[in-house]
Design a protein around this ligand. Sequence first.
Ligand code: CP
Length: 306
Amino acid sequence: MRHLMSPLDFSVEELDQLLDLANDIEKHPEKYAHACDGKKLATLFYEPSTRTRLSFEAAMMNLGGNIFGFSSAASSSAAKGESVSDTIRMVSCYADICAMRHPKEGAPMVASAVSSIPVINAGDGGHQHPTQTLTDLLTIRSLKGRLDHLVIGLCGDLKFGRTVHSLVRALARYEHVTFVFISPEELKVPEYIKEDVLKAENIPYKEVERIEDVMPELDILYMTRVQRERFFNEADYVRLKDFYILNNKKMNLAKDDMIVMHPLPRVNEISVEVDKDPRAAYFRQVQYGVYVRMALILTLLEVKVC
Ligand code: CP
């Protein structure tokens, strides 16, 4: 039995197969409509979510399966003090697979150690968000045609942004990927990612503060939200929250085939005027998230569709 804690749990070859499966699901959804008849997915969300929880639920429903779960710690027995380990032991009796989001780093890993069903990390604190990364990889491969030979700019909260941490680890495995980190000093990408992932593998990267200085060289611009919920101090959040606002004037500096991605939700960091730009890919990215979660559920449940 396999769990998914990090995008690196899959080899590059396994990821290729997963993304191929997602592409086939996109082209032939009817083939998969009963693939999970009789199977149940539990969504255990101890932290708010719109996309991840609902896309997991849509994915399982598209496969013919059933869903149940909770959308906040307050509406589960966590509010009475039940541990993650005990909760997953219960859920293992009810469901065939589960997706867990938790504010504490490592909570899904704790669950996976005692679970008798596959556990998917749906985001743990500021650590990892592997299914967002699968979504991002599918989006990039589908819209750019490759996962190598890319210059990717990651902009905003690179310190607490788990989507950024997961995506850097995943893309670092492909050839000739260059990272451009765009952030204020206080929200720079953590040292452990630079040391353990980038410097260790001699992967080129640079760090800048002004988005305008690097727009012309990017193949992908990955915007992120400054996350109020990760700050200890409200004054720091207020000072940094509008540091970057992508607008049409800045988009005019970019390549014609650059794409703009964002894991969403957005607050102010992408002006709504950019939504009409054909290079804005963030809503298409959401749709890819459903296909790739369908592929992931099939893979972890070892369901084969001919
Ligand atoms: N991208 C993402 O994780 O969105 P939600 O927080 O709405 O799930």
